[in-house]
Design a protein around this ligand. Sequence first.
Ligand SMILES: Cc1cc2nc3c(=O)[nH]c(=O)nc-3n(C[C@H](O)[C@H](O)[C@H](O)COP(=O)(O)O)c2cc1C
Length: 188
Amino acid sequence: MITRDDLKAVGIGKGITETISTTKGLRFNAAPVGLVNREAIYVEIFRGSHTYKNLMESGEIGINLVYDPVLFVESIFGDLNDDDYYTIDGFPFIKKASAVLKFAVTRIEEKELSSKFFLRLVFKKIRDRRIRGINRGFNLLLELAILSSRREITDEYNKMYPIYSPIIRRCGDERTIEALKFLEFQSL
Ligand SMILES: Cc1cc2nc3c(=O)[nH]c(=O)nc-3n(C[C@H](O)[C@H](O)[C@H](O)COP(=O)(O)O)c2cc1C
């Protein structure tokens, strides 16, 4: 049985936690996803993505807690490298994750553009207990990455880029700046 303490133990509080999900189809897939922890625990995935297809077909999802901004942006636009993954019983997780959780889908609520996949925890593994400080560069990079992944439906990326990017450059570490360059390249 999933308990809130299982999630708390890996730093997942109430609300939405930004993670990288892993799923298995013909190939391993990774994509950023928000894990929702409210009255229920679920992910809401837009139709048309690989994650959507894999989840519908397999009913399994890995949730990886990752603090590497480059992996976040790389996993939006394409595949990660094979050596970014390791497997547990054949299911992919991300090597660099501080913690990984595996969930099974218990119920699907279909909506017009997306579906909610309600989840039951199968197992969790903590890999790295180092404490991370809050970094505005990383936070805003994630914000910009989300807008960048929605560029086909909204122009918010272009609106927010001039506001967020100077703060990302000022507060972020090298990996965050590298991730910003990657986003800039994608938006050319
Ligand atoms: C921080 C972040 C959070 C995201 N959360 C979600 C989400 O909860 N659901 C979703 O469908 N897409 C989300 N996205 C967008 C997907 O990651 C993006 O559409 C991705 O390209 C899907 O990849 P795939 O086709 O490999 O599944 C998020 C993007 C970012 C950067």
